[in-house]
Design a protein around this ligand. Sequence first.
Ligand SMILES: NC(=O)c1ccc[n+]([C@@H]2O[C@H](COP(=O)([O-])OP(=O)(O)OC[C@H]3O[C@@H](n4cnc5c(N)ncnc54)[C@H](O)[C@@H]3O)[C@@H](O)[C@H]2O)c1
Ligand SMILES: N[C@H](CO)Cc1c[nH]c[nH+]1
Ligand SMILES: [Zn+2]
Length: 431
Amino acid sequence: MLQRIHWCQCGQSERKAALQRSDIVTDPALVDRVSQILKQVKCEGDVALRALTEQYDGTLPESWQYDSTALSEAGERLSAPLKQAIDTAIKNIRAFHQAQALPPVSPQIAPGIACELRTEPLQRVGLYVPGGSAPLISTVLMLALPAQIAGCELKVMVTPPPVNDAILYAAARCGIDRLYAIGGAQAIAALAYGTEQVPRVDKIFGPGNRFVTEAKRQVSQQGIAIDMPAGPSEVLVIADELANPEFVAADLLSQAEHGADSQAILVTPSTDLADGVDRALKRQLATLPRAQIANAALRQSRTIVAQDLPEAAAISNAYAPEHLIVQTRDPRALLPVIRSAGSIFLGPWTPESVGDYASGTNHVLPTYGAARTVSSLSLADFQRRFTVQELTRGGLDALGDTVITLAQAEGLEGHARAVALRLSANREGSA
Ligand SMILES: NC(=O)c1ccc[n+]([C@@H]2O[C@H](COP(=O)([O-])OP(=O)(O)OC[C@H]3O[C@@H](n4cnc5c(N)ncnc54)[C@H](O)[C@@H]3O)[C@@H](O)[C@H]2O)c1
Ligand SMILES: N[C@H](CO)Cc1c[nH]c[nH+]1
Ligand SMILES: [Zn+2]
Protein backbone atom coordinates (compact mmCIF):
# COMPACT_ATOMS: atom_id res chain seq x y z
CA MET A 1 0.00 0.00 0.00
CA LEU A 2 2.62 2.55 1.12
CA GLN A 3 5.84 2.58 -0.83
CA ARG A 4 8.39 0.83 1.45
CA ILE A 5 12.01 1.83 1.92
CA HIS A 6 14.63 -0.01 3.97
CA TRP A 7 16.82 2.74 5.43
CA CYS A 8 19.92 0.57 5.89
CA GLN A 9 19.89 -0.37 2.19
CA CYS A 10 19.69 3.23 0.97
CA GLY A 11 22.52 5.42 -0.24
CA GLN A 12 22.78 9.12 0.57
CA SER A 13 20.67 10.28 -2.40
CA GLU A 14 17.95 7.65 -1.83
CA ARG A 15 17.67 8.71 1.80
CA LYS A 16 17.36 12.34 0.75
CA ALA A 17 14.65 11.43 -1.77
CA ALA A 18 12.77 9.40 0.87
CA LEU A 19 12.42 12.49 3.04
CA GLN A 20 11.52 14.88 0.20
CA ARG A 21 8.32 16.89 0.19
CA SER A 22 7.04 19.30 -2.44
CA ASP A 23 8.57 22.72 -1.96
CA ILE A 24 6.67 25.88 -2.89
CA VAL A 25 9.75 27.96 -3.57
CA THR A 26 11.00 25.60 -6.26
CA ASP A 27 7.85 25.92 -8.38
CA PRO A 28 8.40 28.93 -10.67
CA ALA A 29 4.84 28.79 -12.07
CA LEU A 30 3.40 29.10 -8.55
CA VAL A 31 5.78 31.93 -7.64
CA ASP A 32 4.79 33.84 -10.82
CA ARG A 33 1.06 33.33 -10.47
CA VAL A 34 1.04 34.43 -6.83
CA SER A 35 3.16 37.46 -7.62
CA GLN A 36 0.64 38.49 -10.33
CA ILE A 37 -2.28 38.08 -7.90
CA LEU A 38 -0.53 40.22 -5.28
CA LYS A 39 0.16 42.97 -7.83
CA GLN A 40 -3.42 42.88 -9.10
CA VAL A 41 -4.87 43.37 -5.60
CA LYS A 42 -2.31 46.06 -4.76
CA CYS A 43 -3.28 48.06 -7.88
CA GLU A 44 -7.02 47.39 -8.17
CA GLY A 45 -8.13 46.72 -4.58
CA ASP A 46 -11.69 45.44 -4.16
CA VAL A 47 -12.24 45.20 -7.95
CA ALA A 48 -9.42 42.65 -8.08
CA LEU A 49 -10.79 40.80 -5.05
CA ARG A 50 -14.13 40.42 -6.82
CA ALA A 51 -12.56 39.23 -10.10
CA LEU A 52 -10.15 36.77 -8.46
CA THR A 53 -12.84 35.35 -6.18
CA GLU A 54 -15.02 34.77 -9.24
CA GLN A 55 -12.12 33.03 -10.95
CA TYR A 56 -11.19 30.68 -8.08
CA ASP A 57 -14.10 30.44 -5.63
CA GLY A 58 -17.32 31.29 -7.49
CA THR A 59 -19.23 34.54 -7.14
CA LEU A 60 -18.32 36.89 -4.33
CA PRO A 61 -21.52 37.08 -2.27
CA GLU A 62 -23.30 40.43 -1.94
CA SER A 63 -22.63 40.35 1.81
CA TRP A 64 -18.94 39.38 1.88
CA GLN A 65 -18.19 41.43 4.97
CA TYR A 66 -19.37 40.63 8.48
CA ASP A 67 -19.04 42.95 11.45
CA SER A 68 -19.32 41.72 15.04
CA THR A 69 -23.12 42.09 15.05
CA ALA A 70 -23.56 39.98 11.88
CA LEU A 71 -21.20 37.37 13.35
CA SER A 72 -23.11 37.05 16.60
CA GLU A 73 -26.39 36.24 14.77
CA ALA A 74 -24.97 33.02 13.24
CA GLY A 75 -25.25 31.10 16.52
CA GLU A 76 -29.04 31.15 16.26
CA ARG A 77 -28.88 28.92 13.18
CA LEU A 78 -26.46 26.31 14.63
CA SER A 79 -27.26 22.98 16.31
CA ALA A 80 -26.82 22.77 20.08
CA PRO A 81 -24.28 19.85 19.98
CA LEU A 82 -22.04 21.73 17.53
CA LYS A 83 -22.19 24.89 19.61
CA GLN A 84 -21.35 22.81 22.69
CA ALA A 85 -18.35 21.19 20.95
CA ILE A 86 -17.04 24.59 19.83
CA ASP A 87 -17.46 25.94 23.36
CA THR A 88 -15.59 22.99 24.92
CA ALA A 89 -12.73 23.39 22.44
CA ILE A 90 -12.63 27.12 23.22
CA LYS A 91 -12.40 26.41 26.95
CA ASN A 92 -9.40 24.06 26.52
CA ILE A 93 -7.54 26.14 23.93
CA ARG A 94 -8.08 29.29 26.00
CA ALA A 95 -6.72 27.54 29.13
CA PHE A 96 -3.54 26.37 27.35
CA HIS A 97 -2.86 29.76 25.78
CA GLN A 98 -3.72 31.81 28.87
CA ALA A 99 -1.15 29.78 30.80
CA GLN A 100 1.51 31.01 28.35
CA ALA A 101 1.30 34.61 29.63
CA LEU A 102 4.69 35.42 31.13
CA PRO A 103 5.10 37.19 34.46
CA PRO A 104 6.86 40.59 34.22
CA VAL A 105 10.66 40.30 33.97
CA SER A 106 12.44 42.94 36.07
CA PRO A 107 15.49 41.48 37.82
CA GLN A 108 17.66 43.54 40.13
CA ILE A 109 20.87 43.71 38.05
CA ALA A 110 22.88 45.81 40.51
CA PRO A 111 22.09 48.73 42.81
CA GLY A 112 20.81 51.63 40.68
CA ILE A 113 20.45 49.58 37.47
CA ALA A 114 16.84 48.61 36.62
CA CYS A 115 16.15 46.51 33.49
CA GLU A 116 12.72 45.27 32.40
CA LEU A 117 11.34 43.05 29.66
CA ARG A 118 7.80 44.11 28.78
CA THR A 119 5.28 42.76 26.29
CA GLU A 120 2.45 44.47 24.50
CA PRO A 121 -0.12 43.10 22.05
CA LEU A 122 0.30 43.54 18.31
CA GLN A 123 -2.34 46.04 17.24
CA ARG A 124 -3.81 44.89 13.92
CA VAL A 125 -3.67 41.20 13.08
CA GLY A 126 -4.93 39.35 9.99
CA LEU A 127 -6.06 35.74 10.43
CA TYR A 128 -6.39 33.34 7.46
CA VAL A 129 -8.79 30.42 7.92
CA PRO A 130 -8.58 27.78 5.15
CA GLY A 131 -11.80 26.86 3.40
CA GLY A 132 -10.93 25.50 -0.03
CA SER A 133 -11.44 21.82 0.63
CA ALA A 134 -12.99 21.89 4.14
CA PRO A 135 -14.24 24.77 6.30
CA LEU A 136 -11.69 24.69 9.15
CA ILE A 137 -13.81 25.87 12.07
CA SER A 138 -11.06 24.77 14.44
CA THR A 139 -8.55 27.11 12.80
CA VAL A 140 -10.78 30.05 13.77
CA LEU A 141 -10.20 29.07 17.41
CA MET A 142 -6.46 28.44 16.99
CA LEU A 143 -5.89 31.93 15.58
CA ALA A 144 -8.50 34.10 17.25
CA LEU A 145 -8.10 32.89 20.85
CA PRO A 146 -4.39 33.74 21.28
CA ALA A 147 -5.05 37.07 19.52
CA GLN A 148 -7.88 37.78 21.95
CA ILE A 149 -5.86 36.69 25.01
CA ALA A 150 -2.91 38.84 23.88
CA GLY A 151 -5.28 41.82 23.63
CA CYS A 152 -4.82 42.64 19.90
CA GLU A 153 -6.89 45.72 19.11
CA LEU A 154 -8.14 44.78 15.62
CA LYS A 155 -8.62 41.13 14.60
CA VAL A 156 -9.52 40.73 10.93
CA MET A 157 -10.37 37.25 9.66
CA VAL A 158 -10.51 36.09 6.03
CA THR A 159 -11.76 32.77 4.68
CA PRO A 160 -12.96 31.64 1.24
CA PRO A 161 -16.66 31.82 0.39
CA PRO A 162 -19.19 30.40 1.08
CA VAL A 163 -18.69 30.97 4.81
CA ASN A 164 -20.70 28.57 6.96
CA ASP A 165 -22.50 29.45 10.19
CA ALA A 166 -20.12 27.45 12.39
CA ILE A 167 -17.19 29.59 11.21
CA LEU A 168 -19.20 32.73 11.93
CA TYR A 169 -20.28 31.46 15.37
CA ALA A 170 -16.71 30.50 16.31
CA ALA A 171 -15.46 33.89 15.11
CA ALA A 172 -18.06 35.68 17.23
CA ARG A 173 -17.21 33.59 20.32
CA CYS A 174 -13.51 34.47 19.98
CA GLY A 175 -13.95 38.22 19.57
CA ILE A 176 -13.26 38.65 15.84
CA ASP A 177 -13.94 42.27 14.86
CA ARG A 178 -14.43 41.82 11.11
CA LEU A 179 -14.63 38.84 8.78
CA TYR A 180 -14.34 38.89 4.97
CA ALA A 181 -15.38 36.06 2.65
CA ILE A 182 -12.22 36.01 0.55
CA GLY A 183 -9.55 33.34 0.26
CA GLY A 184 -6.32 32.33 -1.44
CA ALA A 185 -3.40 34.61 -2.31
CA GLN A 186 -5.84 37.48 -2.97
CA ALA A 187 -6.97 37.43 0.68
CA ILE A 188 -3.35 37.58 1.86
CA ALA A 189 -2.76 40.52 -0.50
CA ALA A 190 -5.81 42.35 0.89
CA LEU A 191 -4.50 41.97 4.45
CA ALA A 192 -0.98 42.99 3.47
CA TYR A 193 -1.80 46.10 1.41
CA GLY A 194 -5.35 47.00 2.47
CA THR A 195 -8.18 47.73 0.02
CA GLU A 196 -11.15 50.10 0.13
CA GLN A 197 -13.00 47.61 2.36
CA VAL A 198 -10.32 45.41 3.96
CA PRO A 199 -8.02 47.07 6.51
CA ARG A 200 -4.27 46.58 6.23
CA VAL A 201 -2.80 44.66 9.17
CA ASP A 202 0.60 44.53 10.89
CA LYS A 203 1.03 40.75 10.87
CA ILE A 204 -0.63 37.87 8.97
CA PHE A 205 -1.28 34.50 10.59
CA GLY A 206 -2.73 31.19 9.52
CA PRO A 207 -2.27 28.02 7.52
CA GLY A 208 -3.29 27.44 3.94
CA ASN A 209 -2.60 25.69 0.67
CA ARG A 210 0.41 26.40 -1.52
CA PHE A 211 -1.09 29.61 -2.94
CA VAL A 212 -1.75 31.03 0.51
CA THR A 213 1.63 29.94 1.86
CA GLU A 214 3.52 31.32 -1.14
CA ALA A 215 1.60 34.62 -0.87
CA LYS A 216 2.60 34.90 2.80
CA ARG A 217 6.22 34.20 1.84
CA GLN A 218 6.19 36.92 -0.82
CA VAL A 219 4.55 39.62 1.33
CA SER A 220 6.98 38.81 4.15
CA GLN A 221 9.76 39.87 1.78
CA GLN A 222 7.98 43.19 1.38
CA GLY A 223 8.16 44.04 5.08
CA ILE A 224 4.86 42.53 6.29
CA ALA A 225 5.26 40.23 9.28
CA ILE A 226 3.97 36.64 9.06
CA ASP A 227 3.75 33.81 11.55
CA MET A 228 5.41 30.87 9.73
CA PRO A 229 5.21 28.64 6.66
CA ALA A 230 2.14 26.52 7.60
CA GLY A 231 1.33 24.65 4.39
CA PRO A 232 -0.10 21.22 3.48
CA SER A 233 -0.42 18.91 6.49
CA GLU A 234 2.25 16.36 7.36
CA VAL A 235 2.42 13.52 9.86
CA LEU A 236 5.19 11.11 10.76
CA VAL A 237 4.40 8.12 12.96
CA ILE A 238 7.11 6.23 14.84
CA ALA A 239 5.68 2.85 15.82
CA ASP A 240 7.12 -0.41 17.13
CA GLU A 241 5.81 -3.97 16.95
CA LEU A 242 3.46 -3.32 19.91
CA ALA A 243 1.55 -0.54 18.17
CA ASN A 244 -2.02 -1.13 17.05
CA PRO A 245 -1.93 -1.10 13.21
CA GLU A 246 -5.54 0.11 13.01
CA PHE A 247 -4.69 3.15 15.19
CA VAL A 248 -1.57 3.90 13.14
CA ALA A 249 -3.45 3.63 9.83
CA ALA A 250 -6.23 5.89 11.12
CA ASP A 251 -3.68 8.52 12.19
CA LEU A 252 -1.96 8.43 8.79
CA LEU A 253 -5.33 8.80 7.02
CA SER A 254 -6.43 11.66 9.27
CA GLN A 255 -3.74 13.85 7.76
CA ALA A 256 -3.80 12.33 4.27
CA GLU A 257 -7.46 13.36 3.91
CA HIS A 258 -6.52 17.06 4.19
CA GLY A 259 -5.32 17.27 0.61
CA ALA A 260 -3.63 15.45 -2.23
CA ASP A 261 -0.44 17.30 -1.28
CA SER A 262 -0.47 16.10 2.35
CA GLN A 263 2.21 13.64 3.41
CA ALA A 264 1.98 10.73 5.88
CA ILE A 265 5.10 8.77 6.81
CA LEU A 266 5.45 5.65 8.92
CA VAL A 267 8.86 4.88 10.43
CA THR A 268 9.14 1.50 12.12
CA PRO A 269 11.68 -1.19 12.95
CA SER A 270 8.95 -3.83 12.49
CA THR A 271 8.04 -5.15 9.02
CA ASP A 272 5.13 -7.04 10.65
CA LEU A 273 3.71 -3.74 11.90
CA ALA A 274 4.25 -2.20 8.44
CA ASP A 275 2.33 -5.09 6.81
CA GLY A 276 -0.49 -4.69 9.34
CA VAL A 277 -0.71 -0.95 8.70
CA ASP A 278 -0.90 -1.56 4.92
CA ARG A 279 -3.80 -3.97 5.42
CA ALA A 280 -5.55 -1.56 7.80
CA LEU A 281 -5.08 1.35 5.38
CA LYS A 282 -6.76 -0.61 2.60
CA ARG A 283 -9.68 -1.56 4.85
CA GLN A 284 -10.19 1.91 6.27
CA LEU A 285 -9.87 3.66 2.91
CA ALA A 286 -12.80 1.62 1.59
CA THR A 287 -15.20 3.51 3.87
CA LEU A 288 -13.49 6.91 4.07
CA PRO A 289 -15.61 9.61 2.35
CA ARG A 290 -12.48 11.51 1.25
CA ALA A 291 -10.74 8.33 0.05
CA GLN A 292 -9.78 9.84 -3.31
CA ILE A 293 -7.93 12.74 -1.70
CA ALA A 294 -6.33 10.48 0.92
CA ASN A 295 -5.24 7.99 -1.74
CA ALA A 296 -3.54 10.73 -3.73
CA ALA A 297 -1.68 11.84 -0.59
CA LEU A 298 -0.68 8.25 0.21
CA ARG A 299 0.89 7.95 -3.25
CA GLN A 300 3.48 10.50 -2.18
CA SER A 301 3.82 8.98 1.30
CA ARG A 302 5.92 6.00 2.46
CA THR A 303 6.95 3.51 5.10
CA ILE A 304 10.59 3.67 6.17
CA VAL A 305 11.93 0.55 7.87
CA ALA A 306 14.55 1.52 10.45
CA GLN A 307 16.96 -0.71 12.35
CA ASP A 308 15.74 0.37 15.78
CA LEU A 309 13.92 3.21 17.57
CA PRO A 310 16.99 5.51 17.93
CA GLU A 311 17.41 5.31 14.14
CA ALA A 312 13.66 5.98 13.73
CA ALA A 313 14.05 9.12 15.87
CA ALA A 314 17.04 10.23 13.78
CA ILE A 315 14.98 9.80 10.57
CA SER A 316 12.16 11.85 12.10
CA ASN A 317 14.64 14.57 13.08
CA ALA A 318 15.96 14.70 9.52
CA TYR A 319 12.42 15.08 8.13
CA ALA A 320 11.24 17.56 10.84
CA PRO A 321 7.52 16.75 10.57
CA GLU A 322 4.67 19.12 11.37
CA HIS A 323 3.15 16.36 13.57
CA LEU A 324 5.01 13.46 15.16
CA ILE A 325 3.06 10.57 16.67
CA VAL A 326 4.96 8.07 18.84
CA GLN A 327 3.28 4.69 19.40
CA THR A 328 5.93 2.56 21.07
CA ARG A 329 6.32 0.57 24.27
CA ASP A 330 7.62 3.65 26.12
CA PRO A 331 6.85 6.75 24.01
CA ARG A 332 8.12 9.28 26.57
CA ALA A 333 11.56 7.63 26.51
CA LEU A 334 12.01 8.87 22.94
CA LEU A 335 11.19 12.50 23.78
CA PRO A 336 14.75 13.57 24.81
CA VAL A 337 16.15 12.58 21.41
CA ILE A 338 13.45 14.28 19.32
CA ARG A 339 15.00 17.46 17.95
CA SER A 340 12.57 18.83 15.42
CA ALA A 341 8.81 18.35 15.25
CA GLY A 342 6.01 20.92 15.34
CA SER A 343 3.85 18.99 17.82
CA ILE A 344 4.36 15.58 19.42
CA PHE A 345 1.63 13.06 20.31
CA LEU A 346 2.59 10.32 22.76
CA GLY A 347 0.99 6.91 23.15
CA PRO A 348 -1.94 4.98 21.75
CA TRP A 349 -4.63 7.20 23.28
CA THR A 350 -3.39 10.48 21.78
CA PRO A 351 -4.60 10.61 18.18
CA GLU A 352 -3.36 13.68 16.35
CA SER A 353 -7.02 14.69 15.86
CA VAL A 354 -7.30 15.77 19.51
CA GLY A 355 -4.64 18.41 18.94
CA ASP A 356 -6.34 19.49 15.72
CA TYR A 357 -9.54 20.28 17.55
CA ALA A 358 -9.84 20.41 21.25
CA SER A 359 -7.09 19.25 23.64
CA GLY A 360 -5.79 22.82 23.98
CA THR A 361 -2.55 22.99 21.97
CA ASN A 362 -2.37 25.04 18.78
CA HIS A 363 -2.72 23.22 15.45
CA VAL A 364 -1.03 25.95 13.43
CA LEU A 365 2.38 24.38 12.93
CA PRO A 366 5.43 24.72 10.68
CA THR A 367 5.62 22.50 7.59
CA TYR A 368 8.23 22.01 4.80
CA GLY A 369 10.84 21.05 7.44
CA ALA A 370 10.61 24.47 9.10
CA ALA A 371 10.01 22.71 12.46
CA ARG A 372 13.82 22.55 12.74
CA THR A 373 13.83 26.19 13.79
CA VAL A 374 10.23 27.45 13.88
CA SER A 375 7.91 26.88 16.86
CA SER A 376 4.22 26.05 16.97
CA LEU A 377 1.90 29.06 17.12
CA SER A 378 1.64 30.50 20.64
CA LEU A 379 0.58 33.58 22.57
CA ALA A 380 4.04 35.14 22.09
CA ASP A 381 3.45 35.36 18.32
CA PHE A 382 0.70 37.93 18.98
CA GLN A 383 2.90 40.05 21.22
CA ARG A 384 5.84 42.36 20.83
CA ARG A 385 8.59 42.26 23.41
CA PHE A 386 10.67 45.28 24.31
CA THR A 387 13.05 46.33 27.05
CA VAL A 388 13.04 49.31 29.40
CA GLN A 389 15.93 50.48 31.58
CA GLU A 390 16.66 53.24 34.05
CA LEU A 391 19.88 53.96 35.92
CA THR A 392 20.30 56.17 38.93
CA ARG A 393 23.21 58.53 39.31
CA GLY A 394 24.91 55.92 41.54
CA GLY A 395 24.12 53.11 39.08
CA LEU A 396 25.85 54.95 36.23
CA ASP A 397 28.75 55.86 38.46
CA ALA A 398 29.30 52.17 39.18
CA LEU A 399 28.90 50.91 35.59
CA GLY A 400 30.31 53.86 33.61
CA ASP A 401 33.99 52.84 33.46
CA THR A 402 33.03 49.37 32.16
CA VAL A 403 31.07 50.92 29.30
CA ILE A 404 33.83 53.42 28.48
CA THR A 405 36.44 50.66 28.33
CA LEU A 406 34.30 48.51 25.99
CA ALA A 407 33.36 51.47 23.76
CA GLN A 408 37.01 52.51 23.39
CA ALA A 409 37.97 48.91 22.58
CA GLU A 410 35.50 49.12 19.67
CA GLY A 411 36.94 52.47 18.61
CA LEU A 412 33.61 54.23 19.29
CA GLU A 413 34.68 57.35 21.16
CA GLY A 414 31.21 58.96 20.82
CA HIS A 415 29.70 56.17 22.90
CA ALA A 416 32.41 56.52 25.53
CA ARG A 417 31.90 60.29 25.77
CA ALA A 418 28.12 59.99 26.32
CA VAL A 419 29.03 58.18 29.53
CA ALA A 420 32.20 60.03 30.46
CA LEU A 421 30.63 63.49 30.46
CA ARG A 422 27.91 62.31 32.83
CA LEU A 423 30.47 60.70 35.14
CA SER A 424 32.38 64.00 35.25
CA ALA A 425 29.19 65.97 35.89
CA ASN A 426 28.26 63.49 38.57
CA ARG A 427 31.66 63.50 40.25
CA GLU A 428 32.03 67.32 40.00
CA GLY A 429 28.52 67.73 41.45
CA SER A 430 29.31 65.54 44.40
CA ALA A 431 32.78 67.11 44.97
N1 LIG B 1 0.29 23.60 8.73
C1 LIG B 1 -0.79 23.89 9.41
O1 LIG B 1 -0.71 24.37 10.53
C2 LIG B 1 -2.15 23.64 8.80
C3 LIG B 1 -3.33 23.81 9.57
C4 LIG B 1 -4.56 23.64 8.94
C5 LIG B 1 -4.61 23.34 7.58
N2 LIG B 1 -3.47 23.17 6.87
C6 LIG B 1 -3.47 22.93 5.43
O2 LIG B 1 -4.11 24.04 4.81
C7 LIG B 1 -4.50 23.65 3.52
C8 LIG B 1 -5.86 24.22 3.22
O3 LIG B 1 -6.01 24.22 1.82
P1 LIG B 1 -7.36 24.43 1.08
O4 LIG B 1 -7.07 24.38 -0.39
O5 LIG B 1 -8.37 23.51 1.64
O6 LIG B 1 -7.87 25.87 1.51
P2 LIG B 1 -7.22 27.32 1.37
O7 LIG B 1 -8.24 28.25 1.95
O8 LIG B 1 -5.86 27.37 1.91
O9 LIG B 1 -7.09 27.58 -0.20
C9 LIG B 1 -8.23 27.79 -0.99
C10 LIG B 1 -7.98 29.00 -1.86
O10 LIG B 1 -6.92 28.73 -2.78
C11 LIG B 1 -7.12 29.50 -3.94
N3 LIG B 1 -6.80 28.68 -5.12
C12 LIG B 1 -7.23 27.41 -5.38
N4 LIG B 1 -6.77 27.02 -6.60
C13 LIG B 1 -6.07 28.05 -7.11
C14 LIG B 1 -5.36 28.26 -8.33
N5 LIG B 1 -5.26 27.30 -9.26
N6 LIG B 1 -4.73 29.44 -8.52
C15 LIG B 1 -4.80 30.42 -7.59
N7 LIG B 1 -5.47 30.28 -6.41
C16 LIG B 1 -6.09 29.11 -6.18
C17 LIG B 1 -8.56 29.90 -3.98
O11 LIG B 1 -8.64 31.29 -3.96
C18 LIG B 1 -9.17 29.34 -2.70
O12 LIG B 1 -9.94 30.30 -2.01
C19 LIG B 1 -4.46 22.13 3.49
O13 LIG B 1 -3.35 21.75 2.73
C20 LIG B 1 -4.26 21.75 4.95
O14 LIG B 1 -3.51 20.57 5.07
C21 LIG B 1 -2.26 23.33 7.46
N1 LIG C 1 -4.21 18.92 10.83
C1 LIG C 1 -4.34 20.32 10.46
C2 LIG C 1 -2.97 20.96 10.63
O1 LIG C 1 -2.06 20.42 9.76
C3 LIG C 1 -5.36 21.08 11.27
C4 LIG C 1 -6.78 20.63 11.17
C5 LIG C 1 -7.89 21.39 11.20
N2 LIG C 1 -8.97 20.58 11.10
C6 LIG C 1 -8.51 19.36 11.04
N3 LIG C 1 -7.20 19.37 11.06
ZN1 LIG D 1 -5.97 17.72 10.60
